[in-house]
Design a protein around this ligand. Structure first.
Ligand code: NAD
Length: 435
């Protein structure tokens, strides 16, 4: 199929590259010319495992993937357009649809001049009712045409996780297709035919709600294990990791997202939880659980800050900046809240991360110092704080003891063995370690 993707971010570029891998011809559109030029040189503007290989294979070799800033040309040349632009939050937590509205308007203006059937699919995360109440009227007014008759409309939420986005996309648990018209449903089903997963056809609002439900349940699970972790810690005599192991074996619970720590970060959970909370409030629905899940996440960061203790004049080593391993994404990373608190209290901060330094510099500039290796970071530190569980940062507690000036280690990701840490003489704190 001939497909265009509006927005070359984590979602648009990864899914576009995967569609090319599945044999389709794909044009990625972005307003950011630097990104477009990079993609056309087969260079990935973001860090995502496997993406450089897909770009080389399909931009340079099969030539099934290209990028442009010219939306009109791309929509004209294709049969389906996926909207993958950002959906940030407004100050009050409600969803900001400005990029969705702009992209939809531009697509609608092209549809006006298109004679062949074209399907528009919203892939960005949008609050339920956005596709039928916002996207559809803009497309119809701009094109002078009718959805479901002259052009197709659908919502196909993206459920991939950054850092494993390509494998998530290629091996999904299911593909959710929210349809307005049956023909679009059939075309999208055909597009995903090769993926070894059920294709679930629902309506537009059900598809939109599935995405929010997915993020809410995942965030809820993290907050739930963190709440239990805090009880273990205070009670003593129980390690949350052992409890989580037992819980995870229960098929009703499952072991994903069952790791106690400093809480979630990333571009989606916080903004999507706020957006659905805001929508629920506008419908006069009690939002206690939504709010509790977020409140526990905020508590968790502050709890780690409390455990770090007095930092005035001290050197703090922050191990890991990205919100999770294998990504350079710093959006809503716990490291931001924790480093800002340390700096405010008068600490000197040294941080390490294998790939997120470029993005971290946009936030902290030269207020902190950076290294990619952990040894440089923890050397002569008074306190070390572990915030991202990168594989290469799984070092023995004795290395901390040897390199640090102080002996306090705050393990926000539970990557050190607490017994060994104590044995070598570290003053160890691990989230949920109540022994
Ligand atoms: P992003 O900010 O990385 O990328 C969005 C891109 O859209 C940017 O490159 C921007 O320049 C471009 N853009 C904006 N307006 C445009 C226009 N009119 N024409 C062309 N390009 C335009 O965003 P992202 O992380 O890829 O997220 C996109 C959507 O997918 C969001 O709704 C997000 O919530 C959702 N989502 C994200 C993830 C994730 O892990 N990042 C996962 C699932 C769903």
């Amino acid at each position: 199929m001939d497909i265009s993707m509006v927005g070359c971010g984590y979602v648009g570029l990864v899914t576009g590259a995967c569609f090319a891998e599945m044999g389709n011809s794909v044009v990625c559109i972005d307003t950011d010319k630097t990104k477009v030029d990079m993609i056309n040189r087969a260079k990935a503007p973001i860090h995502e495992q496997g993406l450089p290989r897909l770009l080389r294979r399909h931009v340079l070799m099969s030539k099934r993937l290209r990028a442009t800033t010219d939306l009109r040309e791309a929509v004209m040349a294709t049969d389906m357009t996926f909207i993958c632009v950002g959906t940030p939050e407004n100050k009050d937590g409600s969803i900001d649809l400005k990029y969705i509205k702009q992209a939809t308007q531009q697509i609608g203006e092209v549809l006006k001049d298109k004679t062949s059937f074209h399907t528009v699919i919203v892939k960005s995360t949008v609050v339920p009712s956005t596709t039928d109440l916002v996207v559809k009227p803009i497309l119809e007014t701009a094109s002078g045409k009718t959805a479901g008759k002259d052009f197709g409309l659908a919502n196909n939420p993206e459920l991939l996780r950054e850092s494993v986005a390509i494998s998530d996309f290629m091996k999904p648990d299911r593909v959710v297709i929210g349809i307005y018209d049956e023909l679009s449903g059939k075309l999208i089903e055909q597009l995903y035919e090769k993926l070894p997963a059920p294709k679930v056809i629902v309506n537009l609002r059900e598809a939109e709600m599935t995405k929010y439900g997915n993020n809410f349940f995942s965030a809820n699970k993290i907050s739930s294990i963190n709440q239990l972790a805090n009880v273990c810690e205070q009670l003593g005599g129980a390690d949350i990791n052992n409890v989580a192991r037992c819980l995870g074996m229960d098929a009703r619970i499952g072991n994903n997202f069952l790791f106690a720590g400093v809480g979630w970060g990333g571009s989606c959970f916080e903004k999507d939880l706020r957006a659905i909370t805001n929508q629920a409030k506008s419908l006069n629905i009690p939002v206690d659980l939504f709010e509790a899940v977020r409140a526990i996440n905020i508590f968790q960061r502050n709890h780690v800050i409390d455990k770090i203790g007095d930092v005035k004049g001290k050197t703090i080593a922050v191990v890991g900046l990205a919100f999770k391993p294998n990504t350079d994404d710093m959006r809503h990373a716990p490291s931001i809240t924790i480093i800002e608190a340390m700096l405010k209290k008068g600490a000197k901060v040294k941080a390490c991360d294998p790939i997120a330094i470029k993005n971290a510099k946009k936030i902290f500039g030269d207020r902190i110092s950076y290294s990619t290796d952990i040894e440089t970071c923890i050397k002569n530190a008074d306190i070390s704080v572990i915030l991202t569980e990168w594989d290469e940062y799984h070092i023995e507690p004795k290395v901390y003891k040897k390199l640090m000036r102080g002996k306090k280690v705050v393990d926000g990701r539970r990557i050190l063995n607490p017994i060994q840490a104590k044995k070598v003489g570290l003053d160890y704190y691990g989230v949920g370690y109540g022994k």
